[in-house]
Design a protein around this ligand. Structure first.
Ligand code: MLT
Length: 324
């Protein structure tokens, strides 16, 4: 008798979840952005959630939870109720580089999430303050090698995109600048524009407007082709630097255990957002790369996370990078 009761309870439980998830969402959704407002992850989040909110019929409220290279916010999001009302914008740092740098990371990017989908590809640009005493990549590298730790490199915390791509850059060019930590590359960019920090490797969606405005210098973009929004910025290869090609990405995740019906609603809303002309225009004009339909699926994102963790772990360990 007890077995039948248990089976009925289980079926009722599933049915209840199903019924509940069918009605999702019935109240505003929180999206945790694990860096300071105004930086690339925040900008991508606000652009894609604008149209997602309309599709879902509920406001997606951005909550910036910065710290520890983004792992503070992602940890909080990973431990939240898997009910679809707390989601997050992660990226190549929080869900690719972090495991190599945080031995006691409180989440496993490959296991502790329900991937929703890729939001934008974000090529990496090597940028410097306007007053930097070099006008091309060759001169920059010569100065960097001659002045070592007297040069300050900005980043958004150990494991962030700017930190991991910066460590990779330093290992390729054999430089040892002094690292300066920020709560995001939004604040770091402010100091670059104030000429109080020297350079960083950052995502194009953050730095493109300031490069176009002549407020900071761009020495090269680390992609095989130039960006259409920065036609005068050479690729690293064109500028004579081999072995430094790297692109980041930002993607939406929910906590593990989020019901499949909820994951599907969020993934469909994200995909619709990326098909919306205005959303695409806002991402493209910042140099963002729009994921193709096949790149947007939860399955594609799960595979990407697994490959990025596998890719970045040896690169960062070889560079001797560890969480400070
Ligand atoms: C940000 O939004 O500040 C960046 O994504 C931080 C980083 O990962 O460099």
């Amino acid at each position: 008798m007890k077995k039948i009761a248990l089976a009925l309870a289980a079926v009722a439980g599933i049915a209840a979840t199903g019924a509940w998830a069918q009605g999702y969402p019935t109240r505003p959704i929180t999206m945790i952005v694990p860096f300071a407002a105004g930086g690339p992850t925040d900008v991508v989040a606000r652009i894609v959630t604008d149209h997602m909110s309309r599709t879902l019929g509920q406001q997606i409220v951005i909550e910036n939870v910065a710290g520890a290279g983004g792992t503070t916010g992602i940890t909080r999001a990973a431990q939240s109720e898997p009910d679809g009302y707390t989601i997050m914008m992660g990226h190549m740092g929080t869900h690719g580089a972090a495991p190599a740098l945080y031995p006691n990371l409180k989440y496993d990017p490959t296991k502790d999430f329900a991937p929703i989908g890729m939001a934008a590809g974000t090529p990496i640009v090597i940028v410097a303050k306007k007053d930097f005493p070099a006008n091309d990549l060759k001169g920059f590298l010569e100065y960097l090698k001659a002045n070592g730790e007297k040069v300050n490199m900005a980043h958004a915390g150990v494991g962030s995109v700017s930190h991991s791509t910066g460590i990779f850059f330093n290992s390729v060019v054999k430089a040892k600048p002094t690292m300066v930590t920020y709560r995001g590359t939004g604040p770091a960019l402010n100091d670059l524009m104030a000429n109080t920090v020297d350079f960083m490797t950052d995502q194009i969606v953050n730095v493109a407007p300031q490069i176009q405005g002549g407020n900071i210098k761009a020495f090269a973009i680390a992609t095989p082709e130039r960006s259409p929004v920065l036609p005068n910025v050479p690729t690293t290869k064109e500028a004579g630097l081999d072995g430094y090609e790297v692109s980041a990405w930002n993607a939406v995740f929910a906590p593990k255990g989020t019901p499949p019906e909820v994951v599907k609603k969020l993934s469909d809303a994200l995909s619709k957002s990326l098909d919306d002309e205005n959303t695409k225009k806002r991402l493209l004009e910042l140099g963002g790369v729009i994921p193709s339909a096949s790149e947007r699926t939860p399955e594609a994102l799960q595979k990407l996370v697994e490959s990025e963790v596998a890719r970045w772990t040896p690169v960062l360990k070889a560079a001797g990078a560890t969480a400070q």
